[in-house]
Structure formats: structure tokens, C-alpha cells
Design a protein around this ligand. Structure first.
Ligand code: NAI
Length: 667
């Protein structure tokens, strides 16, 4: 067979060739990058490629256009987010969107069959590009994911995706895909019409694309109901979406989902209106403080992941202590594919953890085979027989120094010399626990948060004695199990509890002084916390809250007394059905309606002040390396409003705004 002809030799990021069957192949291979992103220059080159393709398609030289990615296991991650901050005026952004629309339209309008083969990650702008092809083919590989993550960055799709997804999937499914930012597996994407054809794996993609170009078939139209949901039922769909969104986020905090729903409600019936709507409604979102803060959080999280990189890869983990934390850490590690042994004093104490693990696997894993395999990976081990084989040993027994010291002496004697030895202590200094070890530098902290499977952060604790390579390995381990690892120095409360506890006690003090607890919670919800501090205390358990508070030196004061009174009366919060609130079906029985519309920002700031102060002190004392890391740690460890960009970022922004307001302008 004749060798393919190169059609555009000067492109850096794309390869454009014509094969012996007169098919043109466009292959994306972003130069000097591990994954493909649609940067400004990659888009400009795509336009150059179209300059070559269009005339050849028109005069019949090429009979079809196929597109593939050259990066293994990844198609396109989306637009290049690192370039977003260079867009700084609404008009400039609107022009960028018009250009992207025109470019993708050129692909859609080609007078020959077009098909794209997707394997691996296909998100945001990458999916918008794929949807401009007549046939979308995806591999069923476990890595393939298609979706619109834009909402999580405070924007919505802007390269024509809002129009094209409705054309393919109808109103309900299209809007849901954009609003939820769900990443669909290939088969789920096909079920809603996002994808036309499935192939078993990447190897068959090119062949399937060729087939779609040689014998094209008309695309299956969305079903009647799907069409109705962008037609006469659109208003109803929009109303329902608004209700669901309002239950999750407020419009003043997160304007993008509301703007998207309105865009859909007003323009959803016509693709031309959808394109125009993107041009009008996207730019202000892109420039909003919310979007800027969310981008900041995205990059900081990325930084943490990059800093955690290392060669260390664990295969076997041994967890000592099968209680609330140890049991859930073991289950979570097994969920992530590791072989885990779980040790406790007897089998009776391990059994509840195994039961919880089974529930977790059933929830998170598809198919009974995968669940059974995860169950098989989690081995109860009363005798600690598996300890000697483990790459990582995590201790999560009761918070008693002498017992932890004893347990670690035993662990050190049995563990492999290169194994990571880690404690999940939330308050004890690393040096104290390690004091009995032959090599105290071997001990690190891996501080997980409750509930383990949901909380993204793990504090990786070190002190001056720690061996740097082991700390780095512990960071890599946390990243390996898909947690966001934050390196923190061993100091009271590390970072997260250090900032969270004084905030909770300030809230308690406010209630003790007479502010209604509902008002306190309403104020912090209004600020953007995921839950009010009083409700959070009830959920955590007042006994647990008081214990953590005491260990950090907050055992006294009117707030502590108020909480102790409830504890003495057996009112421990959600778990006893009564704490500050009465609880029914895991819901606090209360109404915050009376505070709606009230400006509670002064109260919220008053209660948050200790959190801000402690955060700054933690930075000053070197508990974390810098203010950015404190911000990202507090966001992922406490749920601190991500759209505020982190506590210290928020304080800086607020100060800047105040200064700008007090600076006299020239007459
Ligand atoms: P827990 O009381 O639920 O579980 C402790 C388990 O350790 C019990 O099952 C006990 O039988 C077992 N155990 C005690 N001595 C043992 C020994 N010598 N050998 C084997 N097993 C032994 O406690 P929880 O809440 O799971 O806490 C464990 C550790 O995690 C503590 O250091 C705590 O400070 C820390 N932590 C707790 C958090 C929480 O939200 N509860 C959050 C983060 C850390």
C-alpha cells in the first residue's frame, strides 16, 4: 500500500495526512506535552489544517476526514485552562468564542463524511470538538470518559457545545450532562446519544473511523421525549433543573449553573440561538470572581498532585486498628486496588469494618465481579501475619500515646526495612509516638479525615527527624490512592483541625451568648460553607468534638460549657437523635427561612476570624510551606467555600477591596 501523503508539513501539534483510500487523517499530538489540550496555538493550527482540508474535500480529492489522538489513553483534556487568565475583557472572550464557533462549524460543514475516534479522556473543549464530527466513535476502555467539567470551573461550554449536545441528546440529557459535569463512560455516553459507535478498545478505533468514512450512516435522531424536552417541555425541564441546583448551590456564589439553565430555557429551541447565547452569556462568567477562584483551586490541587509525584508505588497495605478510621482506611485502599490486611484485637472488632467495606464496594464498583475482587483484597488479620509483607503500615488505634508507642515498637520489629510506617493520629506529636522506635525518622503521619472515602485531603505529617525520602514516598502513596496530599509539619492540630476547631468554638461561644444556633448556621451557609458549624458539630458528635477541642486546648469557656451540658444530658448529636438540633432520618429538624434575605456577613466574619488567624499563623510557623497550600488544604479538608479561593486568598481579596473603596478617585 502507498505511504500516506503529508498534507500540512509545517504543523507542530497536528499531523495531517492522506492515505491510499483518499481519506484525510488529522491526528492531534500536542508538542512537548503528555496530554492533549486545546491551547490557543493548537486551535490556530487546527484552522490552518482546515485551510488545507476544505478545498480537497470540495474538489473530491479526499473522500472523508478522520480524527484521532496520538496520546495513549487520552483524547483531549479540554481547553488550556492555564491560558484562561490571559483573557481579560468580555469583548476579547466573545471574539475567541466566535472564532472557535467558526472553526468547528467548518468541520461540521465539510461536504464529506467525518468521524472522530475517542479513547481515554475527552472533556470540555475536546468533547465540543468531537461533537462537530458527523460520527463520534469511542473505545470502551476503562479510561474513556466523556463530559463537560466546565461548571466546576465557574463557566459552561463555550465552543458550541451547548448547542451540539442538545442536537444529539435532547434537552433533558444534554442539560444534565452540562450541569452535573458527569464524566460518562463510553457506553453511558452512547446511551444518551453523545457517542454513535462503540469499539472494544483503542486498537479498533482507526478501523471503525475508516468504516464510518467509507460507508457513512445517518446519525440516529434523539427519541421523541428527548426532542420534546428541548421543545415544548423545555420550560419544565429548566424549572426542575433550577430547583435541583438551588438545593445545592446559591446563585450569588455559583452563577454558572443558573446562567446555563437560563441560556437553555431562552435559547434551547434553536441551535443558532444557542451559539449566539454562548457569545453573550459566557464572557461575564469567565471573568467572574467565582471562576477565577475555582481556577485557582484547580491549579493548587494540581500543584499538590505534582509535588507528590515519586517512584514509590504500594501494592500491599497493613492497617492496625479496625475502628471507625482504620476500618474505613483499609476499605478505601482496597477500593483503590491495593491488597490490604486489617488487624485488630479480635475478629469481632474487624467484622463491622468488613461489613462497611462491602457497602462501600457495592456503592462504588460496578458489577459483582469487581465487588468480589475488592472484598477478596481486604484480608482480616488478627495475628498481624501480613504486616511483614506490607509496603505501607498504617496505625489507627485509640488515641493513647503509650499504646501507640507499644504498637509501633512491634510494627518496627516486624515490618520490612523499607516500608512506610504511618500513624493516623489527629493530635499526638509525631516525635512522641516515634520516641520508642530504633529509627524515629521512619515514622510519618497519614492523617485521613472522616468519612474517609469522601474527604479528598490527607495530611502527610513530618518533623525534623523524618527521612525526606519516606515523606516523599508517603506523599506519593496518598496520591496513588487518589487523595489530595498536603505536607504538614507535626504541630498541634496540623493544619485542618488547627483552623477548624477554633472556628467551631467561636460558633459555640456565639450561641452561648444568645445568638440563635439557626442564625449562626444560616450565616455560614450564606458565606458559602457547605454546612453550618453547629450542624457540623451535631454530625461529628459532640463527644468527639469536645475531645478534639480539649486536645487542642479549647476545653474551657462558655462555648465548651454549653456543649458539655448537652453531652452530660446524653445529647451527642445526630447519632443519639438529639444534640443542638433534633435529628430525624439524618436531617436536622429546623428552618432557616427567617434568615433568608438578611445580610449575615458580619456574623459570619466574626465566627470565621479565628480560622483566618490560625491559618495565617500556621503559615508563619511553617506548618505548611506557603499561604496557597494553606488555602487548598483548608478547602479540601474542611469544605471551606471553594468559590472564595481559600481563607487567606479571601482575606487578601477583602483587604484589597476595602483599600480600593477607601482610595479617593481623581475628581
Ligand atoms: P476507634 O476507637 O473507632 O478504633 C480504634 C480501634 O483500634 C479499635 O477497634 C480498637 O480495638 C483498636 N485497637 C486498640 N488497640 C489496638 C492494638 N493494640 N492492636 C490492634 N488494634 C487495636 O478509633 P478511631 O476513631 O478510628 O481513631 C483511630 C485513630 O485515628 C486515632 O488516633 C484518632 O485520633 C485518629 N483519627 C480519628 C478521626 C475520627 O474522626 N474519629 C479522624 C482522623 C484521625
Amino acid at each position: 500500500m502507498a505511504a500516506p501523503i503529508t498534507l500540512a508539513p509545517d504543523l507542530k501539534h497536528w499531523r495531517l495526512t492522506q492515505d491510499a483510500e483518499a481519506l484525510a487523517w488529522l491526528v492531534f499530538d500536542k508538542a512537548d506535552a503528555r496530554v492533549n489540550v486545546l491551547s490557543i496555538d493548537a486551535m490556530a493550527e487546527l484552522a490552518l489544517a482546515m485551510d488545507v482540508i476544505e478545498p480537497l474535500a470540495k474538489d473530491g480529492t479526499i473522500k472523508g476526514l478522520g480524527m484521532l489522538s496520538c496520546k495513549p489513553g487520552s483524547f483531549i483534556f479540554g481547553a488550556d485552562i492555564s491560558e484562561f487568565d490571559s483573557w481579560n475583557s468580555e469583548e476579547q472572550i466573545a471574539q475567541g468564542i466566535r472564532d472557535a464557533h467558526a472553526l468547528f462549524q467548518r468541520i461540521e460543514d465539510l461536504p464529506v463524511p467525518t468521524a472522530v475516534g475517542v479513547d481515554g479522556i475527552c472533556l470540555g473543549g475536546g468533547l465540543e470538538l468531537a461533537l462537530a464530527f458527523k460520527t463520534v466513535i469511542a473505545s470502551r476502555s476503562d479510561k474513556t470518559r466523556l463530559g463537560f467539567p466546565e461548571i466546576q470551573l465557574g463557566i459552561f461550554p463555550g465552543f458550541g457545545g451547548t448547542a451540539r449536545i442538545l442536537e444529539r441528546c435532547g434537552g433533558q440529557a444534554g442539560l444534565t450532562a452540562m450541569l452535573t459535569a458527569k464524566q460518562y463512560r463510553a457506553s453511558a455516553a452512547k446511551a444518551i446519544g453523545m457517542v454513535d459507535v462503540l469499539v472494544p478498545d483503542a486498537m479498533r478505533l482507526r478501523w471503525a473511523v475508516r468504516k464510518a468514512l467509507m460507508s457513512p450512516r445517518p446519525r440516529k435522531k434523539p427519541g421523541l421525549l428527548a426532542r420534546l424536552t428541548r421543545g415544548p417541555l423545555r420550560g419544565m425541564v429548566a424549572k426542575q433543573a433550577r430547583k435541583l441546583t438551588a438545593a445545592k448551590v446559591r446563585e450569588d456564589h455559583y452563577p454558572a449553573p443558573y446562567a446555563l439553565i437560563e441560556h437553555f430555557r431562552v435559547n434551547g429551541g434553536s441551535s443558532a440561538a444557542m451559539y449566539k447565547g454562548e457569545v453573550d452569556r459566557f464572557p461575564p462568567l469567565m471573568l467572574s470572581d467565582t471562576a477565577k477562584s475555582l481556577r485557582r483551586v484547580f491549579f493548587l490541587q494540581d500543584r499538590l498532585k505534582k509535588e507528590a509525584k515519586g517512584k514509590f508505588r504500594a501494592r500491599r497495605v497493613h492497617v492496625v486498628g479496625a475502628g471507625l478510621m482504620g476500618g474505613d482506611i483499609a476499605a478505601y485502599c482496597a477500593l483503590q486496588g491495593l491488597e490490604v490486611s486489617l488487624q485488630d484485637i479480635d475478629m469481632e472488632r474487624i467484622a463491622p469494618a468488613l461489613k462497611r467495606a462491602k457497602r462501600l464496594f457495592a456503592k462504588r464498583l460496578r458489577g459483582s465481579a469487581a465487588q468480589k475482587a475488592a472484598e477478596a483484597r481486604l484480608i482480616p488479620d488478627v495475628e498481624g501475619q501480613h504486616l511483614a509483607r506490607a509496603d505501607v503500615v498504617i496505625e489507627a488505634i485509640v488515641e493513647k500515646l503509650d499504646i501507640k508507642q507499644k504498637v509501633f515498637a512491634d510494627i518496627e520489629a516486624k515490618a520490612r526495612p523499607d516500608a512506610i510506617l504511618a500513624t493516623n493520629t489527629s493530635a499526638l506529636p509525631l516525635a512522641d509516638i516515634a520516641s520508642g522506635l530504633k529509627d524515629p525518622g521512619r515514622l510519618v503521619g497519614l492523617h485521613f479525615f472522616n468519612p474517609v472515602a469522601q474527604m479528598p485531603l490527607v495530611e502527610v505529617v513530618f518533623d525534623e527527624a523524618s527521612h525526606e525520602d519516606l515523606v516523599q514516598a508517603a506523599l506519593a502513596f496518598a496520591a496513588q490512592i487518589k487523595k489530595t496530599p498536603l505536607k504538614v509539619r507535626s504541630a498541634k492540630g496540623f493544619l485542618v483541625n488547627r483552623v477548624l476547631v477554633p472556628y467551631m468554638y467561636k460558633a459555640l461561644e456565639s450561641v452561648a451568648k444568645g445568638t440563635p444556633k439557626e442564625k449562626v448556621d444560616a450565616a455560614l451557609l450564606q458565606f458559602g460553607m457547605p454546612m453550618g458549624p453547629i450542624e457540623l458539630l451535631d454530625q461529628v458528635g459532640l463527644d468527639v468534638g469536645a475531645y478534639v477541642g480539649q486536645t487542642l486546648g479549647y476545653g474551657e469557656g462558655i462555648g465548651a460549657d454549653l456543649m458539655q451540658g448537652l453531652i452530660d444530658a446524653g445529647k451527642l448529636g445526630m447519632k443519639t437523635g438529639q444534640g443542638f438540633y433534633t435529628w430525624k432520618d439524618r436531617k436536622a429538624q429546623r428552618s432557616l427561612a427567617e434568615y433568608e434575605g438578611q445580610d449575615l456577613s458580619a456574623l459570619a466574619h466574626d465566627i470565621l476570624q479565628p480560622l483566618f488567624d490560625e491559618c495565617q499563623q500556621a503559615v508563619d510557623e511553617g506548618v505548611v510551606a506557603d499561604a496557597d497550600l494553606a488555602d487548598v488544604g483548608v478547602i479540601f479538608g474542611t469544605g471551606f467555600a471553594p468559590f472564595r479561593g481559600g481563607p487567606l486568598h479571601y482575606v487578601r481579596q477583602a483587604a484589597a477591596r476595602l483599600e480600593a473603596a477607601s482610595t479617593p478617585t481623581n475628581p
